[in-house]
Design a protein around this ligand. Structure first.
Ligand code: LIP
Length: 265
Protein backbone atom coordinates (compact mmCIF):
# COMPACT_ATOMS: atom_id res chain seq x y z
CA UNK A 1 0.00 0.00 0.00
CA UNK A 2 2.94 2.30 0.73
CA UNK A 3 4.09 2.70 -2.88
CA UNK A 4 0.54 3.07 -4.24
CA UNK A 5 -0.21 5.79 -1.72
CA UNK A 6 3.09 7.55 -2.35
CA UNK A 7 2.49 7.57 -6.12
CA UNK A 8 -1.13 8.69 -5.59
CA UNK A 9 0.04 11.64 -3.50
CA UNK A 10 2.62 12.60 -6.15
CA UNK A 11 0.04 12.29 -8.91
CA UNK A 12 -2.40 14.50 -6.98
CA UNK A 13 0.25 17.20 -6.54
CA UNK A 14 1.26 17.09 -10.22
CA UNK A 15 -2.35 16.98 -11.45
CA UNK A 16 -3.22 20.07 -9.43
CA UNK A 17 -0.26 22.01 -10.89
CA UNK A 18 -0.96 20.75 -14.41
CA UNK A 19 -4.68 21.44 -14.09
CA UNK A 20 -4.05 25.01 -12.97
CA UNK A 21 -1.85 25.56 -16.03
CA UNK A 22 -4.60 24.19 -18.27
CA UNK A 23 -7.20 26.40 -16.57
CA UNK A 24 -5.08 29.54 -16.95
CA UNK A 25 -4.31 28.82 -20.61
CA UNK A 26 -8.04 28.34 -21.23
CA UNK A 27 -8.74 31.84 -19.86
CA UNK A 28 -6.03 33.25 -22.15
CA UNK A 29 -7.54 31.64 -25.24
CA UNK A 30 -6.80 28.26 -26.80
CA UNK A 31 -4.79 27.75 -29.99
CA UNK A 32 -5.19 24.60 -32.05
CA UNK A 33 -1.67 23.33 -32.67
CA UNK A 34 -2.43 20.45 -35.06
CA UNK A 35 -4.84 17.70 -36.02
CA UNK A 36 -3.92 14.04 -35.51
CA UNK A 37 -5.93 10.99 -36.61
CA UNK A 38 -8.75 13.01 -38.20
CA UNK A 39 -9.75 16.64 -38.73
CA UNK A 40 -11.78 16.49 -35.51
CA UNK A 41 -8.85 15.01 -33.54
CA UNK A 42 -7.20 18.23 -32.42
CA UNK A 43 -4.29 19.00 -30.13
CA UNK A 44 -3.91 22.41 -28.54
CA UNK A 45 -0.74 24.18 -27.51
CA UNK A 46 -1.99 23.75 -23.94
CA UNK A 47 -2.16 19.94 -24.34
CA UNK A 48 1.52 19.96 -25.28
CA UNK A 49 2.52 22.45 -22.57
CA UNK A 50 0.64 20.58 -19.84
CA UNK A 51 2.12 17.21 -20.82
CA UNK A 52 5.60 18.79 -20.82
CA UNK A 53 5.00 20.04 -17.27
CA UNK A 54 3.87 16.58 -16.12
CA UNK A 55 6.88 14.89 -17.76
CA UNK A 56 9.25 17.42 -16.20
CA UNK A 57 7.82 16.85 -12.73
CA UNK A 58 7.97 13.05 -13.12
CA UNK A 59 11.54 13.10 -14.47
CA UNK A 60 12.53 15.04 -11.34
CA UNK A 61 10.56 13.02 -8.79
CA UNK A 62 10.66 9.54 -10.40
CA UNK A 63 13.59 9.51 -12.88
CA UNK A 64 13.65 5.71 -13.34
CA UNK A 65 9.96 5.34 -14.23
CA UNK A 66 8.53 4.89 -17.71
CA UNK A 67 6.05 7.24 -19.39
CA UNK A 68 3.18 6.87 -21.88
CA UNK A 69 1.57 10.16 -22.85
CA UNK A 70 -1.02 11.13 -25.44
CA UNK A 71 1.12 13.87 -26.96
CA UNK A 72 4.71 12.62 -26.59
CA UNK A 73 4.33 8.84 -26.76
CA UNK A 74 6.09 6.08 -24.88
CA UNK A 75 9.43 5.95 -23.04
CA UNK A 76 10.46 2.76 -21.22
CA UNK A 77 11.89 3.23 -17.74
CA UNK A 78 14.27 1.26 -15.53
CA UNK A 79 11.69 0.69 -12.78
CA UNK A 80 8.51 -1.40 -12.91
CA UNK A 81 6.36 1.76 -12.92
CA UNK A 82 4.97 3.51 -16.00
CA UNK A 83 3.02 6.75 -15.84
CA UNK A 84 0.07 6.82 -18.28
CA UNK A 85 -0.98 10.42 -18.92
CA UNK A 86 -3.66 12.33 -20.78
CA UNK A 87 -2.73 15.95 -20.13
CA UNK A 88 -6.11 17.34 -21.15
CA UNK A 89 -8.74 14.64 -21.62
CA UNK A 90 -11.76 16.15 -23.32
CA UNK A 91 -9.64 18.27 -25.64
CA UNK A 92 -12.54 19.29 -27.87
CA UNK A 93 -14.54 20.41 -24.82
CA UNK A 94 -11.48 22.36 -23.69
CA UNK A 95 -11.09 24.02 -27.10
CA UNK A 96 -14.78 25.04 -27.15
CA UNK A 97 -14.73 26.29 -23.55
CA UNK A 98 -16.97 23.53 -22.19
CA UNK A 99 -15.90 23.03 -18.53
CA UNK A 100 -15.74 19.22 -18.79
CA UNK A 101 -12.09 18.25 -19.22
CA UNK A 102 -9.52 16.62 -16.95
CA UNK A 103 -5.88 15.89 -16.27
CA UNK A 104 -5.68 12.09 -16.12
CA UNK A 105 -2.62 10.46 -14.52
CA UNK A 106 -2.20 6.76 -13.69
CA UNK A 107 0.77 4.81 -12.33
CA UNK A 108 0.83 1.21 -13.55
CA UNK A 109 3.11 -1.77 -12.89
CA UNK A 110 4.12 -4.47 -15.37
CA UNK A 111 4.27 -4.29 -19.13
CA UNK A 112 2.97 -0.87 -20.28
CA UNK A 113 0.03 -2.23 -22.27
CA UNK A 114 -3.59 -2.20 -21.05
CA UNK A 115 -3.88 -5.97 -21.40
CA UNK A 116 -0.87 -6.53 -19.14
CA UNK A 117 -0.48 -3.61 -16.72
CA UNK A 118 -1.95 -3.24 -13.25
CA UNK A 119 -2.92 0.28 -12.30
CA UNK A 120 -1.93 1.05 -8.69
CA UNK A 121 -2.54 4.81 -8.44
CA UNK A 122 -4.90 7.12 -10.30
CA UNK A 123 -5.92 10.77 -10.40
CA UNK A 124 -8.54 12.47 -12.58
CA UNK A 125 -8.72 16.21 -11.95
CA UNK A 126 -11.19 18.64 -13.54
CA UNK A 127 -9.73 22.13 -12.96
CA UNK A 128 -12.93 23.81 -14.16
CA UNK A 129 -14.96 22.21 -11.35
CA UNK A 130 -12.00 21.72 -8.98
CA UNK A 131 -13.15 18.10 -8.56
CA UNK A 132 -10.29 15.72 -7.91
CA UNK A 133 -10.97 11.99 -8.12
CA UNK A 134 -8.23 9.68 -6.86
CA UNK A 135 -7.45 6.09 -5.88
CA UNK A 136 -4.63 3.89 -4.60
CA UNK A 137 -5.13 0.16 -5.27
CA UNK A 138 -6.77 -1.51 -2.30
CA UNK A 139 -7.71 1.74 -0.57
CA UNK A 140 -10.89 2.73 -2.36
CA UNK A 141 -11.79 5.59 -4.70
CA UNK A 142 -12.33 9.13 -3.48
CA UNK A 143 -13.57 12.55 -4.56
CA UNK A 144 -11.49 14.71 -2.29
CA UNK A 145 -12.18 13.14 1.12
CA UNK A 146 -15.50 11.55 0.11
CA UNK A 147 -15.44 7.77 -0.50
CA UNK A 148 -16.97 6.75 -3.82
CA UNK A 149 -19.26 3.77 -4.50
CA UNK A 150 -20.74 2.74 -7.85
CA UNK A 151 -24.48 2.23 -8.20
CA UNK A 152 -24.94 -1.48 -7.49
CA UNK A 153 -27.77 -1.73 -10.00
CA UNK A 154 -29.85 0.72 -12.05
CA UNK A 155 -33.33 1.83 -11.07
CA UNK A 156 -36.35 0.06 -12.62
CA UNK A 157 -36.51 3.03 -15.01
CA UNK A 158 -33.29 1.81 -16.63
CA UNK A 159 -29.61 2.75 -16.51
CA UNK A 160 -28.25 6.26 -16.94
CA UNK A 161 -25.41 5.56 -19.37
CA UNK A 162 -22.67 7.59 -21.01
CA UNK A 163 -20.93 6.96 -24.28
CA UNK A 164 -18.82 8.71 -26.89
CA UNK A 165 -18.15 8.84 -30.61
CA UNK A 166 -14.83 8.63 -32.41
CA UNK A 167 -13.08 11.43 -34.22
CA UNK A 168 -13.30 9.56 -37.54
CA UNK A 169 -16.72 10.07 -39.17
CA UNK A 170 -16.37 6.62 -40.77
CA UNK A 171 -16.81 5.07 -37.29
CA UNK A 172 -20.02 6.91 -36.43
CA UNK A 173 -22.43 4.44 -38.09
CA UNK A 174 -20.99 1.58 -36.01
CA UNK A 175 -21.08 3.71 -32.87
CA UNK A 176 -24.76 4.50 -33.49
CA UNK A 177 -25.53 0.80 -34.05
CA UNK A 178 -23.91 0.11 -30.66
CA UNK A 179 -26.07 2.78 -29.04
CA UNK A 180 -29.17 1.15 -30.58
CA UNK A 181 -28.17 -2.24 -29.13
CA UNK A 182 -27.55 -0.78 -25.66
CA UNK A 183 -30.56 1.58 -25.50
CA UNK A 184 -33.02 -1.08 -24.21
CA UNK A 185 -30.94 -1.11 -21.00
CA UNK A 186 -31.00 2.68 -20.63
CA UNK A 187 -33.31 5.32 -19.23
CA UNK A 188 -31.20 7.92 -21.02
CA UNK A 189 -27.74 8.63 -22.42
CA UNK A 190 -25.15 11.28 -21.67
CA UNK A 191 -22.30 12.27 -23.96
CA UNK A 192 -20.01 14.48 -21.88
CA UNK A 193 -16.88 14.28 -24.01
CA UNK A 194 -14.16 13.29 -21.55
CA UNK A 195 -13.67 9.57 -20.98
CA UNK A 196 -11.71 9.93 -17.73
CA UNK A 197 -14.58 11.95 -16.20
CA UNK A 198 -17.13 9.44 -17.52
CA UNK A 199 -15.25 6.72 -15.62
CA UNK A 200 -15.02 8.99 -12.55
CA UNK A 201 -18.77 9.64 -12.70
CA UNK A 202 -19.47 5.90 -12.78
CA UNK A 203 -17.23 5.52 -9.71
CA UNK A 204 -19.16 8.36 -8.01
CA UNK A 205 -22.58 6.91 -8.81
CA UNK A 206 -23.45 9.85 -11.06
CA UNK A 207 -23.77 7.39 -13.96
CA UNK A 208 -24.88 3.76 -13.86
CA UNK A 209 -22.46 2.86 -16.64
CA UNK A 210 -20.26 3.98 -19.53
CA UNK A 211 -19.30 2.36 -22.81
CA UNK A 212 -17.20 3.62 -25.73
CA UNK A 213 -15.24 2.27 -28.67
CA UNK A 214 -12.00 3.92 -29.71
CA UNK A 215 -10.48 4.93 -26.38
CA UNK A 216 -6.73 5.16 -26.08
CA UNK A 217 -4.80 3.74 -23.08
CA UNK A 218 -4.43 7.22 -21.55
CA UNK A 219 -8.19 7.78 -21.76
CA UNK A 220 -9.03 4.84 -19.50
CA UNK A 221 -5.89 4.02 -17.42
CA UNK A 222 -6.77 6.20 -14.41
CA UNK A 223 -10.56 6.11 -14.68
CA UNK A 224 -10.67 2.32 -14.74
CA UNK A 225 -8.94 2.12 -11.34
CA UNK A 226 -11.40 4.65 -9.90
CA UNK A 227 -14.29 2.40 -10.98
CA UNK A 228 -12.85 -0.88 -9.68
CA UNK A 229 -11.83 0.73 -6.38
CA UNK A 230 -15.42 2.01 -6.07
CA UNK A 231 -16.77 -1.55 -6.39
CA UNK A 232 -17.43 -1.48 -10.11
CA UNK A 233 -16.26 -3.61 -13.03
CA UNK A 234 -14.30 -2.55 -16.10
CA UNK A 235 -13.83 -4.56 -19.28
CA UNK A 236 -14.16 -4.47 -23.01
CA UNK A 237 -12.86 -5.83 -26.24
CA UNK A 238 -9.21 -6.27 -25.33
CA UNK A 239 -7.33 -9.53 -24.76
CA UNK A 240 -8.71 -11.13 -21.62
CA UNK A 241 -11.68 -8.77 -21.74
CA UNK A 242 -9.73 -5.65 -20.78
CA UNK A 243 -10.70 -2.10 -21.67
CA UNK A 244 -9.27 -1.34 -25.10
CA UNK A 245 -9.71 0.72 -28.25
CA UNK A 246 -12.05 -2.06 -29.47
CA UNK A 247 -14.42 -1.34 -26.57
CA UNK A 248 -14.35 -0.08 -22.99
CA UNK A 249 -17.20 -0.74 -20.52
CA UNK A 250 -17.51 0.38 -16.89
CA UNK A 251 -20.45 -0.09 -14.50
CA UNK A 252 -21.70 -1.80 -11.36
CA UNK A 253 -21.44 -5.60 -11.08
CA UNK A 254 -25.15 -6.35 -11.61
CA UNK A 255 -25.27 -4.46 -14.92
CA UNK A 256 -21.88 -5.47 -16.31
CA UNK A 257 -22.66 -8.68 -18.21
CA UNK A 258 -25.74 -7.18 -19.88
CA UNK A 259 -23.99 -3.94 -20.83
CA UNK A 260 -20.86 -5.70 -22.15
CA UNK A 261 -22.92 -8.19 -24.17
CA UNK A 262 -25.06 -5.46 -25.75
CA UNK A 263 -22.09 -3.17 -26.43
CA UNK A 264 -20.04 -5.96 -28.01
CA UNK A 265 -22.95 -7.01 -30.23
C1 LIP B 1 -11.44 11.94 -25.90
C2 LIP B 1 -12.23 11.09 -24.94
C3 LIP B 1 -13.70 11.04 -25.35
C4 LIP B 1 -13.82 10.46 -26.73
C5 LIP B 1 -13.03 11.28 -27.70
C6 LIP B 1 -11.56 11.40 -27.29
P1 LIP B 1 -9.15 13.27 -25.85
O1 LIP B 1 -10.10 11.99 -25.50
O2 LIP B 1 -12.10 11.61 -23.64
O3 LIP B 1 -14.47 10.26 -24.45
O4 LIP B 1 -15.17 10.39 -27.11
O5 LIP B 1 -13.12 10.67 -28.97
O6 LIP B 1 -10.97 10.11 -27.34
O7 LIP B 1 -8.85 13.15 -27.32
O8 LIP B 1 -9.91 14.50 -25.54
O9 LIP B 1 -7.94 13.09 -24.98
Amino acid sequence: MGLAHDLEALAIDIAREAGELARVRRTEGVAIAATKSALADIVTEADREVEALIRRRLRTERPDDGFLGEETGAERGLSDITWVVDPIDGTVNYAYGIPQYAVSIAAVTGEPTPEQWEAISAVVFNPASAELFHAARGDGAWRGEQRLVVNAEPSPAGALLATGFGYDPATHAGDLERVARVMPLARDLRRAGAASLDFAFVAAGRLDGYFERGLQPWDHAAGALLVTEAGGMVGGGGLGGTASSALSVACGPLLFDRLLTAALG
